[in-house]
Design a protein around this ligand. Sequence first.
Ligand SMILES: Cc1cc2nc3c(=O)[nH]c(=O)nc-3n(C[C@H](O)[C@H](O)[C@H](O)COP(=O)(O)OP(=O)(O)OC[C@H]3O[C@@H](n4cnc5c(N)ncnc54)[C@H](O)[C@@H]3O)c2cc1C
Length: 456
Amino acid sequence: MEKKKYIIVGGGLAGLFAANALLSEANVDVTLVESDDRCGGLLRAFKSERGIKYDQGTHLASKTGVTEIDEILFGTKNFSTEWSRFPFLNAGNYFAGVWNTKTQVADIRHLPKPLYAQSVAAIMSRATPETSSFTNYVKSNFGLPVFEHLFLPVVHKLYGKDANLNDLKSDVGYFGLNRVVAFDTELTEKLKEISDFDDKIAFETVSDYATKSTTDTSFYYPKHPDGIQHWVGNLTERAVSNGLKLLLNRRTERLETTEGAVSSITLDDGTRLECDEVVWTIPIPLALKQAHIEYTSSFKPKLMTANLFHFMFDKPVLNTDNQYVWNWDAEFKTFRITLYDNFAEPLPQGYRVTMEILTGPGDDIEVNIESALSELKAMNLIASNHKVLDSSHQIIKNTFPEPTKQLSLSNQALLRVLNDSLSNIIVAGRHSAKVWSQSDVLQDIYQQLNLSTLKV
Ligand SMILES: Cc1cc2nc3c(=O)[nH]c(=O)nc-3n(C[C@H](O)[C@H](O)[C@H](O)COP(=O)(O)OP(=O)(O)OC[C@H]3O[C@@H](n4cnc5c(N)ncnc54)[C@H](O)[C@@H]3O)c2cc1C
C-alpha cells in the first residue's frame, strides 16, 4: 500500500507535534518545511551576548490530560530523569502595590474599602452576566470599580491604550484574569459550590485550587541547560529519527491544486513536493495567496510586540517562592516575570529573570533596559545592591493578537474560503486564530489529524 504523503508547513510546537503524531502511525511519509534554521517557532532559548540562555515563549509545560497527546509530547522514555515536576504552577502577583505570593489572581480586598464594598455587592448579585463584549461582561459580573481599577488597566497594559474595548471577546482567559480573589478560604469554598460564583471567584491560594482540582495540575520543566528549547529539540530529534524529512531554511512559494485539493507545493528553492494532505501552521492568507484563491478581507489584526528583558544578577531576587509573578498594577508596564531560580537547575554564573512587556505595533521605543530595571526595583524584586551581570532586550513582533470578535469573524471567514476551495488542508496552531494557549493548540491539532483514519 502506497504511503500517504503529508507536508507540514511551519516547525513551531504545532508543526512538531503534528509530525510526531503522524509518524506514530504506519504508512505515512511526512515532510516538514520550516523557514528558520531550526524548529521551535515561538518556543526556544534566547542566548545573550555573554552566552547566558533564557527561555522565550512559555516556560513550564503542562500535560494536556489526554494520554495519547501527552505521550507524543513528552515521550515515554526517561521522562522522570529529564524533567522536574511541580505539583502546580506556583505563580504570585502584584496588585494595588501589594505582593501576594499565594496566587496569580488579583485580590480585590486590596482595593480601598468603599470600592471593595461596592465590588462585593456586584459580585454577590446573581444577575446573568452580559456577554456581548468583555467590557459589558466585567461590568455586569464584577461591577464598575473592579472594571475601572483592575480589568481596564490590565487590558490597556496587554493590548494598548487604544484597545478596542467594545469588541474584545468576553470568553478569553486574559492570562487567567477572569476571576478575582475576594473572600477568605472558608467563604470562597462555600460560594464556589454555586456555579454562578465559581465562574467569578478564585480560590484564595493556588494550592487550594490544586487540592480541589479533579484534573492533574502538575507542571514540568526540562533539567537540561537549554531549558524549554530542550523540549522542542527532543520533539525534532524524535520526529527525524522516526523518518521525518525536515527541510530547514525553506519557505513555501506556491500551492498547486488539482480538483479542489493541493497536489504539490513548490518551495522558494524550486523544490516541488507532491502531497496527499497538508498541515498548515502559518497564517491562512498565505495559503490563499499561494494557492491563487481569491478572497476579500480588509481586516488587519492587531498583533502585539513582546519585549522580553532578560537579566542575570549577582544574588537571588527577593522572591524565592514563585516560578512566575504577574503584575496587575496600572503603574507598571511589566505584565509577567519569570524567576528561573525557583524552578530551573541553578547556573554557576548568577540568578536569572525574564520580564515581559507588551507594546503595540510601532511603540517599542517606550521601553528599555533601564526602565525595566527600575520597575524591578520599584516592585522590590531586587534591592539597590543587586548587581546586573547580564542584560538583553529581545523584541518579538507579531505575537499575542488583540482578541476581538472581528478577528475571530475575519479568520473564520478566511478559513471557510480555504476549506471550501481545498479539501486536503488542515489549519492548525496559533495562526488558525481559533486557539492560542499550548494545551488548546495541541488538542485542536490532535482532533483535526483524525489519526484513527490512518490505522492499517
Ligand atoms: C513571549 C511569549 C510568551 C508566551 N507565553 C505562553 C504561556 O505562558 N502559555 C502558553 O500556553 N502559551 C504561551 N505563548 C504562546 C505559545 O508559545 C504559542 O501558542 C505556541 O508556541 C504556538 O506554536 P505554533 O506552532 O502554533 O506557532 P509558531 O511558534 O509561531 O510556529 C510557526 C512556525 O512557522 C514558521 N514559518 C513561518 N512562516 C513560514 C513559511 N512561509 N514557511 C515555512 N515556515 C514558516 C516559523 O518560523 C515558526 O517556526 C507565549 C508566546 C510568547 C511569544
